[in-house]
Design a protein around this ligand. Sequence first.
Ligand code: NAP
Ligand code: GCO
Length: 289
Amino acid sequence: MEDFLQRFSLKGKTAWITGASYGLGLAYATAYAQSGAKIVFNDIKQELVDRGLEEYKKLGIDAYGAVCDVTKEDQVQEFVKKAEAEKGPIDILVNNAGIIKRIPMHEMSVEDWQMVVDIDLTGPFICSKAVLPGMMERRSGKIINACSMMSEFGRETVSAYAAAKGGLKMLTRNICSEYGQYNIQCNAIGPGYIATPQTRPLREKQPDGSMHPFDRFIRSKTPAQRWGRTEDLMGLAVFLASPASDFINGQVVYIDGGISAYIGQDPGNLDPSKFADEIEDDADVKKEG
Ligand code: NAP
Ligand code: GCO
């Protein structure tokens, strides 16, 4: 029998992670590079791509990066053509790019709703459609979608995001159903609450120095009583991109510190002195609330 651990290797593969200048995308790309893959990534503006290239260079990763808006099919098709010319056929796609808008639904504009759905749901459709023909021809491919707790649960102010991430769960299942016959696996990572720029507004200290109410709330719902760290997700990302997961298809794998299994406790019972330290990368990246 082959060396079992080789099944977790990405040696000789090319991985495209969308929106990977920082945050979870940067973590996935770093894990993939350290597992042997070549890296291509896009982001929405040149300054982010430049930031990403700088980060990858510091990590010793020779990545290809370019500006590409995942909601624009012409930009995506052009990106794939150039990226594959640089780094070879794309074997692994991680539909990571995403945004959230936290606005009460009755106050949310159609434009804001549409922007979230376009990026978080239509973007993965457009990017997956761009790489599927090559994967079908080679009879091999991995598509990994960025689902969320909001693929299963709702909460106030995130209607567009929850609808998009719920839809992304079903798109994951449908790509599995339609392309499994070509040895293409489509699964999703379902992170809990992870310390990145996207969630920083939910953790920031109050003007009086006290904990953000949501910070206290989410720790009372997490058995580990801590936010996730980007490195907590790297192992699962590599597993779902590797031959070791070839018989897993159409699944959302939740990596949430136990939130989805736990009814939670009274936030007032928490003892902040017992909290594990938060490690938040990308502190220079600012995000709206
Ligand atoms: P993030 O910090 O906001 O990073 C998302 C990246 O995608 C940013 O670089 C962003 O650029 C880029 N992007 C946005 N719109 C784009 C577009 N149209 N085309 C190309 N790139 C675009 O998010 P994150 O926390 O790393 O999360 C990454 C993914 O995981 C997202 O899909 C998110 O919904 C999902 N997720 C996150 C968590 C969490 O707790 N952090 C949990 C579950 C799921 P800008 O800087 O311009 O926005
Ligand atoms: C929010 C958060 C969440 C996380 C993540 C949870 O406002 O509730 O931003 O949506 O980003 O999706 O899994």
